[in-house]
Design a protein around this ligand. Structure first.
Ligand code: DGL
Length: 278
């Protein structure tokens, strides 16, 4: 048993979709969430910069005594996973969970015609992290598409309406033409757009999100490693904490909308400049 919180990190709001799924599956656990709102979006940035920002944020969560780190961001996973595993798991024995391989595995068991589409930020698509994760699966064809502007719509809470629908048609049409039957939403912001993405792709296409699949891995890892929180007595509710690196007033409002009533106050943290990270 381990009563320390689970650290969940994203460049902004998107990781809240993973936090929601973790809270639903593990209601006794406490979450410490950090959104790097000072630097969001990561998607258009060079990989090296996304990597430094990610490690800075993970350092902050690790220094606050979390028992596990969940990188709830595809871009950050693509940029920094192997460094993070070395830094926290090998050096400090804090298990590191990521979002790419759980979603890739889920897509493999979901696809019926072995045609999988992947959408994500520019950085995630360029990194080819999903192509690599699916490369060893015989017979599967993978079609990628960057959807760079989706994140900015989600970060301002605009998840419905004609503008986002037109953008979705523009991004998703090439994948429809390829006849994909399964679409990986390879960005943790995109589950907030499943309405419009589902409408554009049509009923025959299954959407796979990182959130459900990653929450399942989190559940399994905590159980297998004996790190679950001890069972809570009646009335002993977990006290989740939400941190943001920027000053946004939008974050607390949208965080409540996207995650739910569990979001209390959002506290601002100041992190050292990335240049100072070893
Ligand atoms: N939520 C992040 C992801 O899963 C991307 C958002 C960003 O561009 O910062 O890739």
């Amino acid at each position: 048993m381990d009563n320390a919180p689970i650290g969940i990190f994203d460049s902004g709001l998107g990781g809240l979709t993973v936090a929601r799924a973790v809270i639903d599956k593990l209601p006794d656990e406490e979450i410490l969430y950090l959104g790097d709102t000072a630097h969001t979006p990561y998607g258009p940035r060079p990989i090296a910069q996304a990597r430094s920002f990610t490690l800075g944020c993970l350092d902050e969560l690790a220094s606050r005594g979390v028992k596990m780190l969940v990188i709830a961001c595809n871009t950050a996973t693509a940029a920094a996973l192997s460094d993070a595993r070395e830094r926290y798991w090998i050096d400090a024995h804090i298990p590191v969970i990521e979002v790419i391989s759980p979603a890739a595995r889920q897509a493999v068991v979901t696809t019926r015609r072995q045609r999988i589409g992947v959408i994500g930020t520019e950085a995630t698509i360029q990194s080819e992290a999903y192509l690599n994760a699916l490369a060893a699966v015989p017979g599967v064809k993978v079609f990628q598409q960057a959807c760079p502007r989706f994140v900015e719509f989600v970060e301002r809470g605009q998840t419905t309406g004609p503008e986002i629908e037109e953008l979705a048609r523009e991004y998703l049409e090439p994948l429809k033409e390829q006849g994909v039957d399964t679409l990986i939403l390879g960005c943790t912001h995109y589950p907030l757009l499943t309405g419009v993405i589902g409408r554009v792709m049509g009923e025959g296409v299954s959407l796979v999100t990182s959130s459900e699949a990653t929450a399942n891995v989190t559940y399994n890892e905590l159980t297998d490693r004996g790190l679950l929180h001890e069972p809570r007595a009646d009335g002993d509710e977990p006290c989740h904490q939400f941190l943001a690196t920027g000053e946004s007033t939008m974050f607390p409002r949208l965080a409540k909308r996207f995650l739910g009533p569990e979001v209390g106050n959002v506290h601002q943290v100041h992190l050292p400049e990335p240049g100072a990270i070893a």
